[in-house]
Design a binder for this molecule. Sequence first.
Ligand SMILES: [Zn+2]
Length: 322
Amino acid sequence: MTAGPTIGVDVGGTTTQVVRIDAGVPATARATTTPADPASLADAVTAAIAATLVDGELPARIGIGIPGQVEPLAGVVRHAVNLGVGGEPLALGDAVRSRWPVPVLVENDVRAAALGARAWLAEEDRLVPDLAYLAIGTGISAGVVLGGVLHRGRDGLAGEIGHIPVVPDGVRCPCGLDGCLETVASGTAIARRWPSPDGRSAFALFAAAEAGDARAAGIARDVAGHLAGAVHWLLLTYGVDVVVLGGGVGAGDGPLFRAVQAELAARAGRSALARHVLRPDRVLAAPADRPIGALGAAALAADVAGSQEQVSPAGAYGKEAT
Ligand SMILES: [Zn+2]
């Protein structure tokens, strides 16, 4: 008898990604649209998982990453604002377990993605014990892995640095404070500061700055300076080996990443300590085409289930199930 697959799910504001891992090899990646109505979210996640299984097949375990405040073992989600989930708990774990009676672990999406980033680095022959994953998307948040283990903190909020105020008397943040990091450097903030009709404000802003637009260059430098500051905090606060930039805005080795690298280099040029901490090989961009969140959710489920299964580097992420 062979063990069933490990399933990893990444529930995003617009897209839900599912990976299926057979005998350690990621074989299938699928993307579906996340429903706008939270009442249908659990059904949609269940359907997305079912689409990766053949009839009657039982997965070995399921990991799910989702925005918001999460109780991992209970599988309960609260305050996933972009998904319409408020203070009323969403029992996502129970809903999935009622379909498949197997271990189901739910985790905050960025925390889970930190494990996916670590798995990606391992594939690149760079297995590090300590890593921070800085997700820049609609909001900003970090996931931290210390000694190979996800660091959640007492309430799962370790790494929620997007809500640290960085601009005195800045723009009011939905969290209630003024001038949070998210209000100046998230995808939402960039769209406000540099509106783009195609919805790709971050790319448009940094491309315009690189092309010599003076106003764009000023905003881009401010955004990149705040993101470089976040990288600097993470390196010094947690002492991690590497900070990986990811998320819908932060992934990919493009103009935003180059601007952050330039800001870090400017800091390093002024200080021997900064030069030591901000070495270029300690700051990387996650590949934009890799389902890092879903792979991290699968890795987390495998860890918690006590499985010895390792995710092999030989995975063919591009394969689409039909
Ligand atoms: Zn805030």
